[in-house]
Write a protein that binds this ligand. Structure first.
Ligand code: UD1
Ligand code: CA
Length: 480
């Protein structure tokens, strides 16, 4: 029995999903603010930018989880006035502050002040940089503690600088300012070190100085102007340089969305290969963020594993398969098939060319061969359906043989009805089971029979409509 593989395998977790509460920062408290009230106009979408997904998860949710994994609490998300969709997607994973008018990143942070409880330090980041690792956020926080600076910021010299703020340093190498691309002169534009958009602030310094920020030449209040404010006060701004420039990658357009997806996908695939999963052709394999895969499983080409999926050990998935929101036990094999919202115990074989739909539950050693469709049904241990079948709304026992072409006629035009098949039943080829109907243990049905009334245990049903034979003769021809 496979009850909850995702719990069982939580230690083999997906990239970015750190354990809550691991980094401890002594007695210091850290809250996080994630800025996500921007219009996201360049996405050209009806949906808020924050909810566009990267490897199956809304980008904002990825950032919220990273903030939590890095050990800060609570996490406050700054949202626009119309934030119903965001609140529905994230629920109580975070607190919300509203920015009614999009007057810039500095203004956005001001809106969060009333929602943040008293704390020593505040981590601030953007909702559109989902590739930033929680380990990096935690390291930035530790740097902040060590340097006692009013601001510690993340910078990158390995990211395409286009569109990003440039980090200007003085002759002594210390940070002097962050200059936005729009305000930068040609010399500043040549600077390779950019602002990754994540910061750690001493909170009392922040709340003293944030209200003093003036709008920039674009009319927006830039959070990044705080760096110059600190420097003018004679305070040193600390920084942590990213080794992996992809972490600073921000998403503003759908082109950038696809690049972020591809970088995240690469991380996920590498992670699973390092965890003992064989993926011979990673170029053609798509694994979502919230997927778990057990040791020595093999994911073959052209395979998509989407949503919340847990795959056990020694499985072979693919080629050409789609698995969505399902639990797959150990030693299962899925070939050229689609599996959606299904649970498979261990040693189950599916395909080629079968479709398991919502509510399918296959016990151990079940075999679903070619062109089978199953929906909202439980199939008992070691039952076999080798060829062309539709099983819908059925409870099928153990060791049943379902002959080629057999169908549960579950729909009478108005309502769906259930078919119940006992243990050790032999369903002859081309049997039509007209639900609601029950076929008792150890019974059989004849080739081409139409079962429109219940078949008691230890009997046969032959013909269309079927006549019941109470004493069981030799079996009719089936298929195996
Ligand atoms: C910002 C930084 C830039 C940095 C880059 C890193 C500023 C002024 N610039 O630029 O130095 O290199 O991030 O990715 O901060 N937002 C609001 N309310 C607003 C405006 C923005 O909540 O009024 C949110 C956005 O939804 C977004 C984040 O703040 O999640 C950053 O805003 P965005 O406009 O994308 O800033 P960038 O131009 O990327
Ligand atoms: Ca951005």
């Amino acid at each position: 029995m496979v009850d909850d593989l995702s719990d069982r395998r939580i230690s083999n977790s997906a990239p970015g999903a750190g354990s809550p509460g691991i980094p401890l920062y002594g007695s210091l408290s850290f809250a996080s603010v994630i800025l996500a009230a921007g219009k996201g106009t360049r996405m050209k979408s009806r949906k808020p930018k924050a909810l566009h997904t990267v490897c199956g998860k809304p980008m904002l949710e990825i950032v919220v989880e990273s903030a939590r994994s890095a050990g800060s609490a609570p996490v406050v998300v700054v949202v626009p006035s119309d934030s119903t969709a965001i609140r529905e997607a994230l629920g109580d994973k975070c607190l919300y502050a509203v920015q009614k008018e999009q007057l810039g990143t500095g203004h956005a942070l001001m809106q969060a002040q009333a929602t943040i409880p008293d704390c020593d330090n505040i981590v601030v980041m953007a909702g559109d940089t989902p590739l930033l690792r929680h380990e990096t956020l935690a390291e930035m926080t530790r740097t902040h503690i060590a340097t006692e600076a009013p601001i510690t910021m993340l910078t990158s010299s390995h990211t395409e600088p286009e569109g990003l703020g440039r980090v200007v340093r003085g002759h002594d190498g210390k940070i002097a300012a962050v200059v936005e691309q729009k305000q930068a002169d040609p010399e500043t534009l040549d600077i390779r070190e950019v602002n990754a958009g994540a910061y750690c602030f001493n909170s009392s310094w922040l709340w003293d100085n944030l209200p003093c920020l003036k709008p920039s030449s674009t009319g927006e209040i830039y959070l990044t102007d705080l760096i110059e404010v600190a420097v003018t006060q004679g305070l040193e701004v600390a920084s942590l340089a990213l080794d992996d420039g992809s972490e600073a990658f921000g998403i503003n357009t759908r082109v950038e969305l696809s690049r972020a997806e591809s970088m995240m996908r690469d991380r996920i695939l590498r992670r699973w290969m390092m965890e003992g999963v064989t993926i011979p052709d990673p170029e053609s394999v798509y694994i979502d963020y919230a997927v778990q895969i057990g040791l020595d499983s093999v994911i073959l080409p052209n395979t998509h594993i989407k949503g919340r999926v847990a795959i056990g050990e020694d499985c072979e998935i693919g080629p050409n398969s789609i698995v969505v929101d399902s639990q797959i036990g150990d030693q299962c094999k899925i070939v050229s098939s689609v599996v959606e919202e299904a649970v498979l115990e261990s040693d189950v074989h599916v395909g080629p060319f079968s479709h398991l739909r919502r509510g399918t539950y296959l016990e151990s050693e079940v075999h679903i061969g070619n062109f089978g469709e199953i929906k909202n049904s439980r199939i008992g241990r070691a039952t076999k359906s080798g060829h062309f079948s539709y099983i819908g709304d059925a409870d099928v026992g153990a060791n049943v043989n379902i002959g080629a072409g057999s169908i549960t006629c579950n729909y009478d035009g108005q309502e769906k009805h259930r078919t119940v098949i006992g243990d050790d039943v032999f369903i002859g080829c081309d049997t039509m089971m007209v639900a609601p109907v029950t076929i008792g243990d150890r019974s059989y049905t004849g080739t081409g029979s139409v079962i429109n009334k219940n078949v008691p245990p230890d009997s046969g049903a032959i013909g269309a409509p079927a006549r019941i034979r109470t004493k069981k003769p030799g079996r009719d021809s089936g298929s195996a």
